[in-house]
Write a protein that binds this ligand. Structure first.
Ligand code: ADP
Ligand code: MG
Length: 251
């Protein structure tokens, strides 16, 4: 696409490269006799440390965008670049490794294993990455402390509140030191107060870990905690704007 020679060097004053770069992504599903475009020419760049809100009506394609960005679903057309790597050029095994090592995924339901303690939930994912047990346990303890669960590391999911389970989920997503964090309606099951705490936590980890974060949210109250907001409609994505500009449009 780009005709720059491969040895072209940009100077350091140029803004950091995107950690997530979607270029003209289309995703089609069979729909009766025709096809449904869940994503229709979607482009989005998110830099390290940038936090983007994704809003839009139900069925507009928000979860589809996250699934494609997570390399869980291959797009029908377009480019998915994660931390400089073209996911489309990889084998299934290569995409699985890219996802495991560079992408953190946080869905509405934390999906924790019922029999494991909070710290074990984190350690097991790191063991699957091939890390050592001791380093994994230390990192897990540090992350649980960071998300405010330093006193709850030995608790199992049923002993935790909904907000605490979502914090474990966030800490787990950070275990592999991802470049990209994809978050789908993280507060859908929480009250307003707990929801705000979760979005503030996502803001903080985005900054501290320099991760590129995309959060789908139906709750525009928390959009001001993010850097930019983009809206999906019928599979098409608006250009991201600042929360202040979005507020004037949303009224
Ligand atoms: P949102 O998250 O904004 O509610 P989705 O991305 O889930 O929207 O869905 C976008 C469109 O794609 C919807 O019309 C939905 O019915 C359709 N869709 C999503 N997943 C599938 C699938 N696996 N097979 C067929 N259609 C799908
Ligand atoms: Mg959805």
């Amino acid at each position: 696409m780009n005709s720059l020679p491969s040895n072209f060097e940009v100077n350091n004053s140029v803004p950091k490269n995107s950690a997530l770069n979607l270029v003209n992504v289309t995703l089609e599903y069979p729909d009766g006799d025709g096809t449904l475009k869940a994503l229709d020419g979607v482009s989005l760049k998110v830099r390290p440390g940038e936090f983007v809100s994704l809003i839009g009506p139900s069925g507009s394609g928000k979860s589809s965008l996250l699934a494609v960005a997570a390399t869980l679903v291959r797009p029908s057309a377009g480019l998915v670049m994660i931390d400089g790597q073209d996911a489309g050029g990889l084998s299934d095994a290569g995409r699985t490794a890219l996802r495991r090592d560079r992408i953190g995924i946080i869905f509405q339901q934390p999906n924790l294993l019922p029999s494991l303690t909070a710290v074990e939930q984190l350690v097991i994912t790191q063991r699957l990455r091939g890390g050592g047990a001791r380093a994994a346990a230390e990192r897990a303890a540090g992350l649980l402390d960071l998300v405010g669960l330093g006193q709850a590391m030995a608790k199992r999911p049923h002993q935790l509140s909904g907000g605490q389970r979502q914090r474990v989920n966030i800490a787990r997503a950070l275990m592999g030191n991802p470049a990209v964090l994809l978050v789908d309606e993280p507060t859908a099951a929480l009250d307003h107060h707990r929801s705000e705490a979760i979005v503030r936590l996502l803001r903080r980890v985005t900054d501290e870990f320099s991760v590129a974060t995309v959060m789908v949210t139906h709750d525009t109250d928390f959009v001001p905690l993010t850097d930019a907001v983009a809206e999906m409609r019928d599979g098409r994505l608006s250009a991201p704007v600042t929360p202040a500009v979005a507020a004037t449009r949303l009224g």
